[in-house]
Design a protein. Structure first.
Length: 178
């Protein structure tokens, strides 16, 4: 308890002065606006003195977009110890790692039969063909097989330009061999 300092722009007390020691299960007072120091025009509802226009929030750094993570080379070992959630195991086991590959599309699937029927005869292309491809990489999916119970699961990775399974590990300070 003590003096409540105003932010200068709005009637809310600043977060430095409005903090209270509370017991478990109780919420402390939180100021809804962004604040600098008390007395400054730090609130988004304050007019700037220079131009008389409404400012954007002064501490707006968190809304800027982050740069895309670097798409890099990925080297994954051929075995990995991870959790097996089958009924037989239910614990961490050694898994054999392979890269998932989509199977050949069936000619007898309902969508394929419908498409072939619609395409037959005169009339040209009947369904839209996608041309606006934007991505240059695909997400790699690992297929993990438990060495104890042979249960299989899939684990998607992030995008990468180059994927390697069981390649040589990099060592720090190693000399180049020609």
């Amino acid at each position: 308890a003590g003096r409540k300092a105003e932010c200068g722009a709005c009637p809310q007390p600043s977060p430095q002065s409005s903090r209270q020691v509370t017991g478990p299960g109780q919420n402390s007072t939180v100021h809804p606006h962004l604040h600098g120091s008390p007395g400054r025009n730090c609130c988004k509802f304050a007019k700037t003195k220079e131009r008389g226009s409404w400012p954007t929030t002064p501490h707006d750094n968190h809304t800027t977009s982050r740069p895309h993570p670097a798409v890099k080379m990925v080297n994954v070992p051929k075995t990995r110890k991870t959790f097996c959630k089958s009924k037989e195991c239910g614990k961490h086991q050694l898994h054999k790692v392979t890269q998932y590959k989509a199977g050949k599309a069936s000619a007898y699937a309902q969508g394929k039969r419908r498409y072939d029927r619609k395409q037959s005869g005169y009339g040209g292309q009947t369904k839209p063909v996608f041309h606006k491809k934007a991505k240059t990489t695909k997400k790699v999916v690992l297929r993990l097989e438990c060495s104890a119970c042979k249960a299989k699961k899939q684990l998607p990775l992030k995008r990468c330009k180059h994927f390697e399974l069981g390649g040589d590990k990099k060592t720090k300070g190693a000399a180049l061999v020609f």
